[in-house]
Design a protein around this ligand. Structure first.
Ligand code: NAP
Length: 286
């Protein structure tokens, strides 16, 4: 069967976002004399996390901002991590703080996230940021980067969300839940699915828009997708495989994100853009 599905090119849209961001950074530096700075905090040496933080620092520097690399040993306690993040929260030369997720299991990640000053929460992980997004007060926080990046991608492809049925598979604090709130704010009718959902394929088949955020390779099957649906694959599993059976879903969807090159680049571009926004807010640059 031939398909007419549009591939949603996150790599291209992310680059366009970064190009605009570079101009904003030049403006911030010209107006304030200060170079925006993102602190990245990594606990332990998980290879994927090491790669992600390095990519984030690289993109940060590519748009003209500074990055401050904080690497802590695997044995770091929650108290030590909270103390380190609190220091960064009080450091006037730091405008954004990223704590790479997931922290090692012995750490209370929620406590560590909450030590990030709300104005520096450029990864959108604090309860304040979740509340700000949920209550439609974006100026009081930042969107969690992966769902906020997905919203940017949907906008770049002029997807009208109003009245559409969006099915989000996954309810994590950094992905599924904020994704659902962002879609709701844009007037979609939202269903959130999780591991206890009964008849998941039947629920997904109702979706005009399906967001897969499960963490299981090729979990979402082609015959779960309604003809013409828009499929967003937030999953990123070993071997560059998403949470959707891409080839099968391609036949049914009207638009679909590839893995890699879909949601991933948008996540990083959103982090960088939100760091520029945090710096502009802190430095009083319009
Ligand atoms: P997570 O915290 O492990 O959450 C996974 C969610 O999937 C949970 O809500 C879980 O339900 C649900 N789930 C698990 N098995 C299910 C099943 N059989 N049926 C229905 N729902 C099921 O994962 P996450 O951090 O949200 O990440 C999800 C995926 O996105 C991963 O592949 C991750 O690598 C990827 N990701 C990508 C980026 C990016 O930048 N591209 C960023 C972050 C994450 P319960 O709540 O009931 O357990």
């Amino acid at each position: 069967m031939t398909t007419t599905a549009t591939l949603m090119d996150g790599k291209r849209v992310a680059q366009e976002t970064l190009d605009v961001c570079a101009g904003r950074v030049r403006h911030i530096i010209a107006q304030s004399g200060v170079t925006p700075c993102l602190a990245t905090v990594l606990v332990g040496a998980d290879p994927a996390s090491v790669t992600y933080t390095a990519m984030k620092r690289k993109r940060c520097e590519a748009v003209g901002m500074k990055s401050l690399k904080i690497e802590l040993p695997e044995a770091t306690t929650t108290e030590q991590l909270v103390a380190q993040i609190t220091r960064l929260s009080h450091d006037a030369s730091v405008h954004g703080i990223l704590l790479q997720h997931p922290a090692p299991k012995h750490i209370d990640e929620r406590l560590a996230f909450e030590a990030i000053a709300p104005g520096k929460d450029v990864d959108g992980v604090t309860m304040q940021s979740f509340g700000a997004i949920t209550f439609d007060r974006p100026e009081m926080g930042f969107g969690s980067c992966t769902p906020a990046g997905i919203m940017r991608l949907l906008d770049a492809y002029d997807v009208d969300l109003k009245g559409k049925h969006a099915v989000v598979i996954g309810r994590s604090a950094i992905l599924g839940k904020p994704m659902a709130m962002m879609l709701l704010s844009r007037h979609a009718t939202v269903t959130i699915c999780h591991s206890r959902t009964v008849d998941l394929p039947g629920v997904v088949r109702l979706g005009d828009i399906v967001v897969a955020a499960v963490g299981k390779p090729k979990f979402v099957q082609g015959d779960w997708i309604k003809q013409g649906a828009i499929v967003i694959d937030a999953g990123y599993n070993a071997g560059n495989v998403g949470d959707v059976d891409f080839d099968a879903a391609l036949e049914k969807s009207s638009m679909i994100t590839p893995v890699p090159g879909g949601v991933g680049p948008m996540t990083i571009a959103t982090l960088i853009d939100q760091t520029a926004t945090a710096a502009a807010r802190m430095l009083g640059v319009e």
